[in-house]
Design a protein around this ligand. Structure first.
Ligand code: UDP
Length: 236
């Protein structure tokens, strides 16, 4: 497949057109941002980890009946994906209190939750991605009720599959963010699944193995990304 003009450059990825109008190529960068772009930096090797780990997760989910945008890995930083129209929602699942949830609701980080939380944020950088509920989503025309139902059902199933998968890697899936797209009228999982978009804690020591090490200047950022690759069996 031929790589054509750049369609978009985001904070962590570039997207290119291909000779097939249904497909595009995503290219993962080492650029890291946090706090809605206010903190910037580089995590050496992150693009490779996020590309390979996302592709691996999408394949695992596809094998378990989840439709995703993934088509094919081209090389260590690039993948072919279906060209979707992104639903402007960040779909967040929380299995344990952390990050902005802990701050907003006054629940210490690491606290148990009685049940998982499904949260929607309106994807809009100038507004800092405000939290929205079902009524907001319909009133603002961000998605239809049918789409919200489909996304919610898929997300809860993805959560179960991912919790189980990471448990086998001795990792607890604390929380994560998904994005969905529309492809020929069908909702498919899009974007990425990586240490940039998930909180991963070692099951025994609770050591953080994700982007919080960058957000909070904890050091050992590259090492944590490399460790996650090892845990899922994608590196020695
Ligand atoms: N997240 C993300 N992109 C965002 C916001 C959140 O990937 O723009 C992920 C984040 O990595 C975490 C989960 O969603 O795994 C919940 O994040 P939270 O709302 O606690 O926000 P944060 O503390 O990351 O600002």
């Amino acid at each position: 497949m031929e790589r054509k003009e750049q369609l978009y450059e985001g904070k962590a990825k570039k997207v290119f057109a291909t000779d097939n109008p249904d497909y595009c190529i995503v290219s993962y960068k080492d650029d890291a941002t946090a706090f809605n772009g206010k903190k910037k930096g580089t995590i050496v090797g992150k693009g490779v980890v996020n590309n390979r780990m996302s592709n691996y997760m999408f394949k695992m989910l596809e094998e378990n009946g989840i439709n995703t945008h993934f088509v094919e890995e081209i090389n260590e930083r690039d993948a072919i994906v279906k060209k979707v129209d992104i639903v402007p929602l960040e779909v967040i699942v929380r299995n344990r209190a952390a990050g902005s949830f802990s701050k907003k609701y006054g629940v210490p980080e690491g606290s148990d939750l009685a049940s998982p939380i499904l949260e929607f944020d309106y994807k809009c950088d100038p507004l800092d991605d405000p939290l929205v509920n079902n009524y907001h989503i319909l009133a603002l025309g961000l998605a239809t009720q049918e789409e919200i139902d489909k996304i919610s059902e898929m997300t809860l199933k993805i959560n179960q599959l991912m919790i189980e998968f990471f448990k086998q890697c001795n990792v607890e899936l604390v929380d994560f963010k998904l994005e969905f797209g529309r492809f020929h009228g069908e909702i498919v999982l899009a974007d990425e699944i990586s240490p940039d978009t998930c909180r991963f804690w070692d099951l025994d020591t609770h050591e953080k193995l994700d982007k919080d090490r960058f957000r909070r200047d904890m050091g050992g950022v590259e090492e944590a990304y490399a460790e996650m690759m090892k845990r899922i069996g994608l590196a020695e």
